[in-house]
Design a protein around this ligand. Structure first.
Ligand code: HSE
Length: 332
């Protein structure tokens, strides 16, 4: 399958790295990835015969395939490939550059996998409309819950169920901070610094600690799973910046933990710090995320996994890529 990677930050590099590492597994399942382009904001690596990923990972912009000053949105429609993997930085105010990249890709007849929340938060119905009109697939597993394959589970394994509500911890950075404050009694700022150093936090960490990232993910869950047209402005948001060590201590004395919980059903969509009983399935620590689907047949299904981190996120992206490959192969 010919594909292009758009955005080559930590996540893009992890996707390339894991594809190299898993060459034999990919071969066994009949998937031959041919990356014909990698696009960055200040240039691109392009080779229609397939780029040498190892060389690009080690040489970066010193690789002979590098050309500076190319413009991604202009190149995307011209690329001879079936799939665009959009992994540029999330912006939920205007969605760019990802929004234009996804529109250009779908409009020029390419399937899309994205880890970019911004375009989906701002334009979910529009993008799905273009995908449907053009008979293309747009998948976005990595946008919510990091490595957790929650959209796959909802779309396939739980197909017979009506999903009534979704509750969960949707931001790895804020869960990491609350966990560190609880278990190691370190300050809010020290815990945030650690999360940033480990590459969990958003480019602007206020997205994480003010609940903006979690709210964006709730909008994607509402649209993608509950099939409701919810917008960012519909979400009632409270971040974790007002949680104090004293609150955490008092909660602990009563057998509770302070957790940043997102919730969405037909009537409510909100994220805020809440008291969760110690030992509850929702009481996961560190950068773990948890998603609990309340359904009409299976009752409650809870999934736990790494919610942040480039390598973990690449698992979700590659899951989507392989799913598209399977569908396209079955059509041939
Ligand atoms: N900053 C996000 C988080 C990354 O901490 O959960 C994954 O969306």
């Amino acid at each position: 399958m010919k594909m292009a990677l758009v955005g080559f930050g930590n996540v893009g590099k992890a996707v390339a790295q894991v594809m190299l590492e898993k060459k034999e597994v990919l071969q066994k399942i009949g998937f031959k990835p041919e990356v014909v382009a990698i696009l960055e904001k200040d240039g691109s690596w392009i080779d229609e015969k397939g780029l040498k990923l190892q060389e690009i990972l080690s040489l970066g912009k010193s690789s002979p395939a590098w050309k500076s000053n190319t413009v991604s949105k202009e190149i995307i429609p011209e690329l001879d490939c079936e799939l665009i993997v959009e992994m540029t930085v999330t912006n939920i105010e205007h969605g760019e550059p990802g929004l234009t990249h996804i529109r250009e890709a779908l409009n020029s007849g390419k399937d899309v996998v994205t880890s970019n929340k911004g375009p989906l938060v701002l334009a979910f119905p529009e993008l799905m409309g273009i995908a449907e009109k053009k008979h293309r697939i747009l998948l976005y597993e990595a946008t919510v819950g990091g490595a957790i394959p929650l959209f796959h589970v909802a779309r396939e394994a739980l197909l017979i169920n009506e999903i009534i509500s979704i509750t969960g911890i949707l931001n790895g950075t804020s869960n990491y901070i609350l966990t560190k404050m609880t278990e190691e009694r370190i300050s809010f700022n020290a815990a945030l610094r650690e999360a940033q150093e480990r590459g969990y936090a958003e480019a602007d960490p206020t997205y994480d600690i003010e609940g903006i990232d979690a709210a964006a993910k709730l909008v994607i869950l509402a649209n993608g799973i509950l099939k409701m047209k919810r917008r960012f402005s519909d979400v009632q948001i409270q971040g974790i910046t007002k949680v104090t060590p004293e609150m955490i201590e008092l909660a602990m004395e009563d057998g509770y933990l302070v957790k940043h919980i997102g919730y969405v059903d037909r009537n409510r969509i909100e994220v805020m710090p809440r008291l969760i009983p110690q030992g509850s399935p929702l009481a996961v620590g560190g950068t773990l995320n948890v998603i609990s689907f309340h359904t009409d047949v299976a009752e409650d299904i809870t999934l736990i996994g790494r919610g942040a981190g480039p390598r973990e996120t690449s698992s979700a992206i590659l899951g989507d890529i392989l799913y598209i490959n399977k569908i396209r192969k079955s059509e041939r």
